[in-house]
Design a protein around this ligand. Structure first.
Ligand SMILES: Nc1ncnc2c1ncn2[C@@H]1O[C@H](COP(=O)(O)OP(=O)(O)OP(=O)(O)O)[C@@H](O)[C@H]1O
Ligand SMILES: [Mg+2]
Length: 361
């Protein structure tokens, strides 16, 4: 999948811009506050219907405008052209795919699989379990088409169950318990299947960046695995009623990454941690390409902020072998190192929210 033409209206300081990106690597350069992250954010919004920088969309909409629009002509991995569009005003979300209105954000996410790497991404292993669950579920969502339905049903059953726990309606719990256990078990199985395929790809990628032995990834399902989820719910009932929420289930799952039998975040250096996170993110993209012939779009904001020049060069080389479309920002062209060997690329210059192709290299 790649964006052939991208139109952005009213995203932060970008008023109205249209670009024809390269299907390879797109280098985005510009001074601080020029609008580089705004460009990355606009693409992210088109794929995920939300920002990665603000929890609400209001601050993302240009201050002088009432709504933002991002649209793109895309070439899908199966060779079809597909037009995607989204309009947001802070209250309503309008999604259009090939001029047809769509209700689900997931339709956009399937049409425009995106992987974002920004300075905050490096918190993946330090942050709470939810961030890692979201990371894992993005991969599972793209890998297993049944996952989304099971995940939604499981989430709904959990929310109903929690309401009943809060109002102490124990007699009604049984119905939602059954639903929660049924779909929760499917969610867990899909995650386990995914991780099994993911692990060797991740280990292969990390070996290109780091010499690390005894690296392992484990899924913690969110309950005591020696027992069935149903059994655990019965066992936890008193505790669940006391606190008014469900303590065990796939909503509490986590992935643990260990190095030399220690948790990676407690063992490796900061730089190594960053390369591990990068490899995790790239492995998801490689899995999608390998298993589904689906090429994701990679967004890298603030390329130079986190990696030394040696690793930046390695990363760029690796990206150029992936055949994915990449958007990558930096304040100076020199931050990208020598990219003359990269077969397919374009450079864009951003200034005061204007994005122009940069020919003078
Ligand atoms: N809603 C908005 N309306 C108008 N301008 C905005 C809005 N939100 C942010 N801005 C401004 O948009 C400009 C571009 O911000 P952006 O974060 O994209 O810059 P950047 O090029 O990524 O900078 P840096 O190199 O510092 O990361 C900033 O000056 C910011 O203050
Ligand atoms: Mg920025």
């Amino acid at each position: 999948m790649s964006l052939l033409k991208l139109d952005i209206y009213h995203v932060r300081n970008i008023q109205k811009e249209s670009i024809n990106p390269s299907p390879g690597i797109n280098f985005i350069v510009g001074k601080n506050a020029s609008g580089k992250s705004a460009l990355i954010e606009a693409i992210f919004i088109l794929g995920r219907a939300k920002s990665f920088r603000s929890t609400s969309i209001k601050p993302v909409i240009n201050q002088d405008q009432a709504h933002l629009i991002v649209s793109a002509e895309t070439l899908q991995s199966d060779g079809r052209y597909c037009h995607l569009g989204i309009q947001l005003d802070g209250k309503n979300t309008e999604i259009r795919i090939n001029q047809q209105s769509r209700q689900h954000k997931s339709d956009l996410a399937y049409a425009l699989p995106l992987q974002l790497i920004d300075p905050k991404s490096y918190e993946l292993l330090d942050a709470g379990a939810q961030v890692r669950r979201e990371f894992l579920d993005w991969g599972v969502f793209n890998d297993d088409k049944n996952f989304l339905i099971a995940w939604r049903k499981c989430k709904k059953a959990l929310s109903q169950r929690n309401s009943l726990l809060k109002t102490r309606q124990i007699d009604l719990l049984n119905v939602w318990d059954k639903e929660f256990v049924y779909y929760g078990t499917i969610v867990n199985k899909s995650r386990l299947n995914y991780l099994q395929k993911f692990k060797p790809i991740f280990i292969e990628i990390i070996s290109q960046f780091l010499n690390m032995k005894l690296l392992d990834l484990t899924l913690m399902p969110g309950w005591d695995v020696s027992k069935e989820l149903q059994q655990v719910l019965i066992q936890d009932l008193d505790k669940d009623l006391r606190y008014g929420f469900t303590h065990s289930g796939p909503h509490r799952s986590d992935i643990l990454l260990s190095v030399n039998n220690c948790l990676a975040k407690d063992f490796v250096s900061r730089g190594q941690l960053k390369l591990i996170v990068l490899s995790l993110k790239l492995a998801q993209i490689q899995l999608l390409a390998k298993e589904h012939n689906n090429l994701a779009c990679i967004l890298i904001d603030d390329f130079s902020a986190e990696l030394d020049s040696y690793n930046r060069e390695k990363l760029l080389h690796y990206l150029s072998t992936m055949a994915c479309q990449v958007f990558i920002t930096a304040t100076e062209l020199t931050d990208f190192g020598d990219f003359s060997q990269i077969p397919l690329y374009k450079v864009f210059h951003v200034e005061h929210g204007n994005i122009k192709p940069f020919f003078d290299i």
